[in-house]
Design a protein around this ligand. Structure first.
Ligand code: MTE
Ligand code: MO
Length: 375
């Protein structure tokens, strides 16, 4: 069993697939902690977790003229200044089950918790690229390709790429991380080294990084070329041509309600209701507002946001939000909705059907929760 050496996981996680291991935390844990505790951080593995010996680990880097250099873990920790970034990671398939409810999609049935927030510590990818001989602008340097040390039965490794301009930019703060929330990077999250690309879809944040190379083309991996792309609702598995859509990088504005839960029952003697959730946008766009409705969208109230101060255009971390409001008179139900706005005034679409796509990615419609009120 190639999965026999997978690590222990917290029993409170809701498991979407055991082998490979894919799981999300109870949603209320997300809104209780600005920083998601490591054991509750969502886990998305395509393959068995590789068991890597840190003392013999080497990161292979293919340099600009075909030369190759190798860095040990000690090199990465001592030759480059340690940099810390608090960044939210979200899987492109977060909230896929809502899309699946409209019409069947192919993929793991994620709820609303395939998203988490951590403070990552490591070497800046920019510093490593400069050390390896790359310059800010270089002929033929268009993409940085990453390869994981996790492999399928045919020996194919997980892979993905990001634009070179993102990787080399000091503003983007791309990390080769060896720490997660002050702890050694856990096995499920890429020990000993993972890429952290703030503001960019989870899939490009390659774990168990074994190799990186720079070239004119994107990664040729399945996950860059034939997966993690968006399509029109009109495209089905008979007509899809993956070459026609760009690989997802920055993610769109997102928010969801973590409390109360769909189907909860309140009693009429409760005078107030508290609604909680998270909101985040890709590309460093800050969440500037979250609107909440208790009546299916007829009226709206502005939620209170909490989070950390972040640099303009570099809001890599989510905001948690909360609305405390009087329970409306004589209601037997609440149709609670949340929707967020980012610093570019991007908003979420109101319904799922117009953004439905066959892979069930980019599911960011208004989040809706139905609660019964008993008198
Ligand atoms: N990197 C490797 N090597 N193998 C993987 O399966 N999964 C990707 C990404 N990096 C993956 C990977 C996907 S799709 C996501 S959403 C994130 O890792 C999940 O990171 P996490 O498990 O730390 O939450
Ligand atoms: Mo993902």
């Amino acid at each position: 069993d190639p999965y026999s050496r997978d690590p222990q996981r917290h029993p409170a996680l809701s498991v979407n697939s055991l082998k490979p291991f894919n799981a999300e935390p109870p949603a209320e844990i997300l809104s209780e902690n600005f920083i998601t505790p490591n054991e509750f951080f969502f886990k998305r593995n395509h393959l068995p977790v590789p068991d890597i010996d840190a003392s013999s680990y080497k990161l292979q880097i293919e340099g600009p003229r075909g030369q190759s250099i190798a860095l040990t873990l000690a090199d990465l920790k001592t030759k480059f200044p340690k940099h810390e970034v608090t960044a939210t990671l979200q899987c492109a398939g977060n909230r896929r089950s809502e899309m699946n409810a409209v019409k069947q999609v192919k993929g793991l049935g994620w709820g609303i918790a395939a998203i988490s927030n951590a403070t990552w510590g490591g070497a800046r990818l920019r510093d490593v690229l400069l050390e390896a001989g790359f310059k800010d602008e270089m002929e033929g340097a268009e993409h940085v390709c990453f390869e994981g040390l996790d492999k399928d039965l045919t020996g194919t490794a997980y892979g993905a790429s990001i634009p070179f301009s993102v990787a080399i930019s000091p503003e983007h703060e791309v990390l080769l991380a060896y720490e997660m929330n002050g702890q050694v990077l856990p096995h499920d999250h890429g020990f000993p080294i993972r890429v952290v690309v703030p503001g960019v879809v989870g899939a490009r944040n390659v774990k168990w990084l074994g190799k990186l190379s720079v070239g004119p083309e994107e990664s040729q991996s399945h996950w860059q070329q034939n997966d993690y792309k968006g399509f029109s609702p009109s495209v089905d598995w008979d007509t899809v041509d993956f070459k026609t859509s760009p690989a997802i990088q920055e993610l769109p504005i997102q928010s969801a309600i973590t409390e109360p839960k769909n189907g909860d029952v309140m009693t009429g003697d409760q005078n107030n209701i508290t609604v909680k959730g998270y909101a985040w946008s890709g590309g460093g766009r800050e969440v500037v507002r979250v609107d909440v409705s208790l009546d299916g969208g007829q009226s709206w109230q502005v939620a209170h946001l909490s989070g950390q101060k972040q640099k303009s255009g570099r809001a890599w971390a989510w905001k948690l939000w909360e609305l405390r409001a009087p329970l409306p008179d004589k209601v037997s139900e609440l149709n609670i909705i949340c929707k967020a706005v980012d610093s570019s005034y991007n908003v979420q679409p109101d319904t799922v059907a117009p953004i439905w796509n066959l892979r069930g990615v980019l599911s960011n419609a208004w989040h809706r929760v139905h609660v019964t009120v008993r008198s």
